[in-house]
Design a protein around this ligand. Structure first.
Ligand code: SAH
Length: 345
């Protein structure tokens, strides 16, 4: 592993400063940025509009770390799962999800995860490290390229629902979104980005203060504290009361409604009291509910509730004027669905 600095860890002003100190023209920073962010150059030799002396200087002082596809699998429904290798050998996964009107990239934000949601395969992996902004950005670029190659249309949406907890890697996630949305990067609209969090109250307030423009999804799964703690143990320290305060703060600041992600399991959250608690919570803060299909991780304690129970959830939410959608699983045959990303390769 090289000890040279990854050039993509610098912002443009920092690079300008380094160039000027070393007697290169500062406008070169802009050209270099174009190569590393717009054109995804993997080597300094590709940078054909730079003088040789500058290319040598860059090679002597920097590296360009990039992700490599370690394994690609295509599901019978068109979903593509990539296991990608990072510069230090760690592997994370990202998924392309095609539908009629959209191509969605589901990206990872950490190697492993530090939270311990009992129903999630990624939780079985220890958190090894945070992904760098360029490693997150590269997943999006990769999926955009695969989208053109396999589906002849560009990527339309991005969800931070891969491995890791995005708000536990808040700086790098925000910085990657900055690049994804900036003209010098991919120029995508932040409205097409959803950051999904298991619900870290402090961090939700923090991003609300930053005036971010992306959408927020919260993995709720239960609106009753004891139940939520039993399936998402960190809820013990950051309980629903705290979460609700943070979400209210988010809504007041951003005026963006929150999506609750919610899986219904047999014997866990399939009773009338569970539905009633969810309705009550939804009424207090503008929100909608996305009922996600459970993707088995081979734990007998978790079994998807029957269609009747799900229908009851939808009906009750509907009659209380709360929007509810049912999200079908994609890519289950290749373990690419929500909560199944765990580096089986
Ligand atoms: N850490 C973030 C993002 C990653 S998980 C979060 O918790 O939101 C993305 C979504 O998949 C979350 O809503 C999560 O609760 C859900 N999920 C996890 N395991 C699942 C499983 N086995 N089946 C269905 N959804 C699952």
């Amino acid at each position: 592993m090289s000890s040279k600095k990854d050039i993509r860890s610098l912002d443009e002003d920092e690079l300008k400063e380094i160039l000027t100190i070393n007697s290169f023209k500062s406008f070169r920073a802009n050209q270099i940025f174009h190569w590393i962010w717009k054109k995804s150059a993997h080597s300094f030799d590709e940078m054909s509009n730079l003088p040789e002396s500058l290319i040598k200087f860059l090679k002597d002082n920097f590296v360009i770390n990039f992700i490599k596809v370690h394994r690609m699998q295509k599901s019978s429904d068109g979903t593509i799962k990539n296991a990608i290798k990072l510069f230090d050998g760690y592997i994370v996964e990202c998924v392309l999800i095609p539908t009629k009107n959209r191509i969605t990239a589901c990206v990872s934000s950490q190697v492993g995860c530090s939270l311990n949601c009992k129903f999630c395969a990624t939780a079985k992996l220890k958190r090894m490290r945070n992904l760098n902004p360029d490693e997150i950005y590269d997943q999006v670029v990769l999926i955009h390229q695969q989208s053109i190659e396999h589906f002849q249309r560009p990527l339309t949406n991005i969800v931070f629902m891969g491995m890791g907890e995005p708000l536990m890697n808040y700086n790098n996630v925000l910085s990657s979104i900055g690049k994804i949305t900036s003209k010098s990067g991919l120029g995508m609209s932040p409205k097409r980005i959803v950051v999904s969090t298991s619900g870290i109250p402090k961090m939700i307030k923090k991003i609300a203060d930053q005036g971010v423009k992306f959408k927020l999804a919260v993995s709720l799964h239960s609106a009753i504290d004891e139940k939520r703690t039993s399936i998402m143990p960190f809820n013990d320290k950051m309980n629903l009361g705290e979460l609700e305060k943070a979400l209210k703060y988010w809504y007041d600041k951003t005026k963006k409604i929150i999506t609750y992600e919610y899986v219904v399991w047999k014997g866990i959250n399939d009773r009338d009291e569970d539905i009633a608690a969810l309705v009550k919570l939804c009424k207090r803060i503008p929100s909608k509910v996305n009922l996600i299909q459970y993707n088995s991780i081979d734990d007998p304690g978790f079994v998807q509730a029957s269609d009747d129970v799900i229908a009851k959830y939808v009906k009750t939410l509907d009659s209380n004027k709360i929007k509810a959608t049912i999200r079908k699983s994609r890519g289950q045959d290749i373990d690419a669905a929500c909560g199944q990303l765990a580096n089986k390769s």
